[in-house]
Design a protein around this ligand. Structure first.
Ligand code: GDP
Ligand code: IMO
Ligand code: MG
Length: 421
């Protein structure tokens, strides 16, 4: 079966950590969407490592890691990432496979991302500027390049045709650029990638499934950044929800097993866009400090706020989450009281627990309940029963609201700070 692990909020829920924890139970770990906009942090044996393009099962030597067709891949970032892995006792040329159909990010995609954000002015998305939107746009408009193209004799001419289009768009946007240096680095990275297994990964994955092997699909970003269901237009350019797995890896819906939905015990968001429970004052600042909430990809400060149940319920519904994983509960140690938003009040005074069509023009007022905090350290606790009663009450409350069991609780960034219930 293909199990899925994906974020239920605005990304950075702790997917990298949990994929690394679960990976020993799987034969294959596969990324199905997103690209180097992702930053997945793993901590073990005193190491901290951030992955952008490479699946988070890479440190588990028995695991095959797949970069699926639904991903967008920047060869330059990929090369850097592989070089960064050289100090670990793993052989990525053996346990990593990339789909021939993976879309490639070329240097002018990054320029276009920057030019389009600049043109948007105050309404900019807050993109990571990795070229994600322009690359997916080219894929959908049927102008894009795929990894298999770098193996073809006429790759340079295909590349040139695409760059010419981009130059026209950049000129139209009055964006100044110089591509010479970036192009050299790009073509060098394309040569480097040829040393890896590049194949039709849909066959690989389906053969594994036929042999009874297990696959874990690793989501990037989060459900509230989904192109269809997120807070549009402040979203990323792919389907981050469970449906993206079928198209992003080439597996049939009937092959999907468990859907692990992962969320922080509070909320964060990086970049622009609506965030109903955002805390603008000291409480938000305290959360950011305690949770070290700075972007793994861009270093930007993450906006922080209380847990948002209407948003969580929406994400659970869209994904058909069968189990929940609650992260960073230790960050709430510092609070005497903890708030949870259970409903929204709409501008007309009515109350709802559903996500409105739009959250930018429709200003919702969160309705909170307050719970007693535990106000003590959770360090060293490895058994659910040893957690303070207030933590258990927090977990039970969320489960009752959302209707799905919380099966893992994470109390620290390290692999070992994970409590299975
Ligand atoms: P991802 O994008 O979903 O993989 O998440 P990120 O790696 O971007 O952000 C999660 C951050 O929280 C990383 O710095 C992790 O090391 C850290 N982290 C993960 N789980 C926990 C936890 O339970 N407690 C604390 N304090 N930090 C955690
Ligand atoms: P992981 O996988 C958090 C956000 C950006 C921006 C919007 C669009 O680490 O959870 P894009 O670069 O895709 O054009 O940016 O989405 N964003 C993320 N926020 N975690 C991520 O990935 C993100 N990837 C993109 O900040 O608001
Ligand atoms: Mg991240």
């Amino acid at each position: 079966m293909v199990d899925i692990l994906l974020g239920l909020q605005w990304g950075d829920e702790g997917k990298g950590k949990i994929v690394d924890v679960l990976a020993p139970e799987y034969d294959v770990v596969a990324r199905f969407q997103g690209g180097p906009n992702a930053g997945h942090t793993l901590e073990f044996d005193g190491f901290k490592h951030v992955l952008h393009q490479i699946p988070s099962g890479v440190f588990r030597t028995d695991c095959i890691n797949v970069i699926g067709n639904g991903v967008v891949l920047d060869p330059v970032i990929f090369k850097k990432e592989i070089e960064g892995l050289a100090k670990f006792p793993i052989d990525v040329r053996k346990n990593l496979v990339i789909s021939k159909k993976t879309a490639i990010i070329i240097p002018s995609h990054r320029l276009l991302d920057a030019a389009q954000e600049q043109a948007k002015g105050d309404s900019k998305i807050g993109s990571t500027l990795k070229g994600i939107g322009p690359t997916y746009s080219d894929k959908v408009s049927r102008h894009g390049l795929r990894l298999g193209d770098i193996l073809s004799e006429n790759f340079k001419s295909k590349y040139q045709a695409l760059v010419e289009r981009h130059k026209q768009m950049l000129n139209f946007l009055n964006y100044e650029y110089d591509l010479t240096e970036a192009e050299g680095i790009f073509f060098e990275a394309c040569e480097f990638i040829k040393g890896f297994v590049i194949s039709e990964t849909e066959y690989l994955i389906n053969k594994k499934l036929t042999e009874g092997k297990s696959v874990l699909a690793e989501g990037a970003q989060g459900s509230l950044l989904d192109i269809d269901f997120g807070s549009y237009p402040f979203v990323t350019s792919s389907n981050t929800t469970a449906a993206g797995v079928c198209s992003g890896l080439g597996v049939a819906p009937g092959k999907i097993g468990e859907v692990y939905g992962i969320f922080k015990a509070y909320c964060t968001r990086v970049g622009s866009g609506p965030f109903p429970t955002e805390l603008m004052e000291e409480t938000g600042e305290a959360m950011r400090k305690e949770g070290n909430e700075f972007g793994s990809t861009t270093g930007r400060a993450r906006r922080c706020g209380w847990l948002d149940i209407p948003a969580l319920k929406y994400a659970v519904m869209l994904n058909g989450a069968t189990q929940l994983i609650m992260m960073k509960v230790d960050v709430l140690n510092i609070f005497e009281e903890i708030k949870i938003c259970t409903k929204y009040q709409l501008p007309d005074g009515s109350v709802t627990d559903e996500m409105p069509f739009d959250l930018t023009d429709t200003k919702v007022e969160p309705i909170y309940i307050t719970m007693k905090g535990w106000n003590k350290s959770l360090k060293g606790i490895s058994d659910y029963n040893d957690l303070p009663q207030e933590v258990k009450d927090y977990i039970l409350f969320i489960e009752a609201e959302v209707g799905v069991p919380i099966t893992f609780v994470s109390t620290g960034p390290d692999r070992t700070s994970t409590i299975k219930r």
